[in-house]
Design a protein around this ligand. Structure first.
Ligand SMILES: Nc1ncnc2c1ncn2[C@@H]1O[C@H](COP(=O)(O)OP(=O)(O)OP(=O)(O)O)[C@@H](O)[C@H]1O
Ligand SMILES: [Mg+2]
Length: 269
């Protein structure tokens, strides 16, 4: 996706957090009685010089609260596009995404951003840290936008937990790729979101650091009930998740014997 567009999206994702306290979800909605994520017949098409490109074809799946799912598939198969749509950061051509019962694309951009800010932590494949803020300030930002007085303490603690206690005052441009990825993870974890969507969260990390980060994610999943959706090329990580959503050329297939959507076709070539 073009960098400017991605930057707009991260700005929207982070800056609109100030509206998070305005509860936009139906107060009668119970997380226990319905899927936290319901994706129905999502199709994404874009126009280019050669015509219309269909990136996603009628994707269906649901996730219950506390579940974890891995989105796996080849490069270019549509994983990041799907994750962005689930977060409401990108819009589908057709189909719906319900987050805790709220139909994201029936809302205007501001209301969608408010739902996202109150429920979703998002880790971009390209990190999308704010370059004029230190590591600590990047992680404090979502807490400050929620009006939290303990932002500095919480952000410092989270950066220590991802192994960056000695990098608090560094700006993104002087951090390594793996360090930037861990700041991005800390920024997403620090608000303990109901849903954590992470695009190749260990893609830039060595094995030991990746393991540590994965432990943190599954700890959030166990202790805070955070629903995890992880795009990954790592089969070991995929196998730790409750569900695997296998995407091939924009179509969902299933691994682990589970039929995931009404359009699933085991015999499709
Ligand atoms: N805005 C766009 N305009 C044109 N093509 C696009 C656009 N966004 C995505 N694509 C194309 O859609 C396909 C899926 O892209 P996507 O980034 O979702 O893949 P991916 O599965 O995340 O790949 P990777 O594993 O390499 O990150 C790619 O072929 C990409 O070039
Ligand atoms: Mg991708």
């Amino acid at each position: 996706m073009p960098a400017a567009t991605a930057a707009d999206r991260v700005a929207s994702a982070v800056q609109c957090a100030s509206q998070a306290r305005r509860e936009t979800l139906n107060p009668t909605t119970s997380f226990m009685s319905q899927p936290i994520i319901a994706v129905e017949r999502i199709t994404k098409q874009v126009k280019d010089s050669t015509g219309t490109l269909t990136i996603l074809h009628e994707i269906d799946f649901t996730l219950q609260p506390h579940q974890s799912a891995a989105i796996v598939g080849a490069s270019g198969s549509g994983k990041s596009t799907l994750l962005s749509i689930v977060a409401g950061l990108d819009t589908p051509t057709t189909g719906t995404v319900k987050l805790a019962g709220t139909d994201l694309f029936s809302l205007d951009e501001d209301a969608r951003a408010a739902v996202r800010a109150s429920k979703v932590g998002f880790v971009f494949q390209s990190f999308q840290l704010l370059g004029n803020l230190t590591a600590l300030e990047n992680v404090m930002l979502p807490l400050e936008l929620q009006g939290r007085s303990d932002a500095r303490t919480q952000a410092t603690d989270m950066l220590r937990r991802v192994g960056l206690g000695a990098r608090l005052q560094h700006y993104p441009k002087v951090l390594s790729g793996g360090e930037q990825q861990r700041v991005a993870l800390a920024r997403a974890f620090v608000v303990r979101p109901a849903v954590l969507l992470a695009d190749e969260p260990t893609g830039s990390l060595d094995f030991a650091t990746g393991e540590k980060v994965m432990e943190l994610m599954f700890e959030l999943n166990r202790e805070a009930g955070t629903t995890l959706v992880l795009v990954t090329h790592d089969q070991g990580i995929a196998e730790r998740c409750d569900r695997q959503l296998h995407i091939e050329a924009g179509r969902l297939n299933a691994l682990g014997g589970e039929v995931l959507g009404r359009h699933f076709d085991m015999h499709r070539g």
